[in-house]
Design a protein around this ligand. Sequence first.
Ligand code: HEM
Ligand code: HEM
Length: 134
Amino acid sequence: MAIDRKFLLCAFAYAIAGMGVGIYMAASKNHSLFVAHAHILLVGFVVSLIYALVHKLWIAGSGRRLADVQFYLHQLAALVMTGGLVLLYAGALPEATLAPALGLASVGVLLAALLMVWMIVRLPRELAGSAALS
Ligand code: HEM
Ligand code: HEM
């Protein structure tokens, strides 16, 4: 499956999960999960959607191996981060237990963003120009 489509499907999986948590908070009148909700939707949905668009519009097929690394890094880090935040704010596990995983996941999200910048910067100028025109 093309990398932009993989990002797109993951993005909407996060959208559905995040909205589910939002509806649960609204219905239960218990907003304690809002930080988890915000990051499921922003790191999971919005950032994955932006990566899908960047792959579709600017990177299209170039640097496939690096694109795969960036995809799995962002998805793994986002999953650990959002899952960890749900467990933290639901009070299922103490902060001390979750902190190492949350810390590593944060660095993973950051590294995936840096990798994306790297892929954009090293794009051949002609490829970047033609994608912007088409
Ligand atoms: C089914 C749709 C949604 C429902 C029912 C919902 C519900 C909620 C609720 C109840 C809160 C807690 C408000 C508070 O106590 O401060 C909240 C916060 C938040 N939501 Fe949603 N939400 C939905 C969709 C979204 C979407 C699509 C996004 C972003 C793409 C989003 C981003 C946020 C953010 C960033 C916060 C934190 C705001 C703050 O810092 O106070 N939500 N949402
Ligand atoms: C390395 C990744 C990230 C880390 C470690 C991180 C960490 C945090 C922390 C510690 C807070 C304060 C939570 C609190 O109120 O107790 C926060 C809030 C917030 N973050 Fe992030 N964040 C990250 C990525 C992002 C991204 C990529 C977005 C948006 C695209 C985002 C949007 C927000 C928003 C809207 C809030 C305020 C609402 C809330 O408290 O839930 N964050 N973040």
